[in-house]
Design a protein around this ligand. Structure first.
Ligand code: PLP
Length: 317
């Protein structure tokens, strides 16, 4: 298990790379949700998502230990982040992506000089491929979520939130493989355990929900529009952190994600990813069952294929 100290060390290590992202608010959104909403805006983060935090913590550690080449498997955001950091440190990176990856994510990986290899559609196919390339070419594999350095790096989102928002009642976090939420859980629960941390998954990607119900890692084939959350099961390292600390996990529908995406774009003029819109959807559709509370929703990224936006639009409220 990672500790608060690991997250604090990560904050120190990545300070020169990752932005401290702003907290945005909308009176209309808070009114609609019946709570005071604070949006932790990682869509305004370097490379367009929180992934730069874990990726830089791990890549810098690899470079410090003599690493000269890195690989990873990613639906896009982690791949962008790894190629950005590797490029910054002057080492090559190979990113294994799924066949249905967004064009904008591949373009960004290439723009950071990352080499792209396409492999299958599931993380079960991609992960071993990226590991095999690293083994063959004497590189370091940078896992997308199931790694102590990656988890600790993502946890720096939690430390920043504690500095930026007072009297927090709950933090809502999207769950893919669980790297982001396990880091945030460690930072929050080891600092102020009274703050509730609530995970969100789409119904159509409810692997962690099922795993928590079954008290063991359970796979579920994901089909959601929230492409960052299409991981088929939680990680071996992330899952125990969720079992230990998570207060609740709520599920949102594809239409609820679309309506949240549309609200944020139309009213707040922010372009966020469907994966991030899940946290707004949880608040908008009263999945949290609370009123008048201070709720932080983690807007995890904003990398969207512009040609696909019409698929993400729902009715606005
Ligand atoms: C935008 C976005 N949000 C959330 C997640 C989920 O993060 P994790 O896999 O660490 O749970 C991802 C993962 O790719 C993502 O890209």
């Amino acid at each position: 298990m990672i500790t608060l100290k690991d997250v604090q060390d990560a904050e120190e290590r990545i300070r020169h790379i990752a932005h401290v992202t702003p907290i945005l608010q909308s009176g209309q959104l808070s009114k609609l949700c019946g709570n005071h909403l604070f949006l932790k805006s990682e869509h305004l983060q370097k490379t367009g998502s929180f992934k730069i935090r874990g990726a830089s913590n791990k890549v810098i550690n690899a470079v410090e230990n003599g690493g000269k080449y890195v690989t990873t498997a990613s639906s896009g955001n982690h791949g962008q982040a790894v190629s950005y950091v590797a490029n910054n440190y002057g080492i090559p990176a190979t990113i294994v992506v799924p066949e249905n990856v967004s064009a904008c994510k591949v373009n960004a990986i290439r723009a950071y000089n990352g080499k792209v290899e396409v492999c299958g559609t599931t993380s079960k196919e991609r992960l071993p491929r990226a590991q095999a390339i690293a083994n063959k070419e004497n590189g370091v594999y940078i896992p997308p979520y199931d790694d102590p350095f990656v988890m600790a790096g993502q946890g720096t989102v939690g430390l920043e939130i504690l500095n930026q928002v007072e009297n927090i009642d709950a933090i809502i976090v999207p769950i893919g493989g669980g790297g982001l939420i396990s880091g945030i859980l460690t930072a929050i629960k080891e600092t102020n355990p009274k703050i509730k941390v609530i995970g969100v998954e789409p119904y159509s990607a409810k692997d962690t929900y099922l795993s928590l119900q079954n008290k063991k890692i359970t796979a579920f084939p994901a089909t959601t529009i929230a492409d960052g959350l299409r991981t088929s099961q939680p990680g071996d390292l992330t899952f125990p952190v969720l079992m230990k600390y998570l207060d609740d996990l709520v599920l949102v529908s594809e239409e609820e994600i679309r309506q949240a995406f549309s609200f944020v774009m139309e009213r707040m003029k922010q372009l966020i990813e469907p994966s991030s819109a899940t946290t707004i959807a949880a608040a908008m559709f009263n999945k949290l069952n609370v009123q008048d509370k201070n709720i932080v929703t983690v807007i995890s990224g904003g990398n969207v294929d512009l040609g696909k936006i019409h698929q993400y639009i729902g009715n606005t409220m």
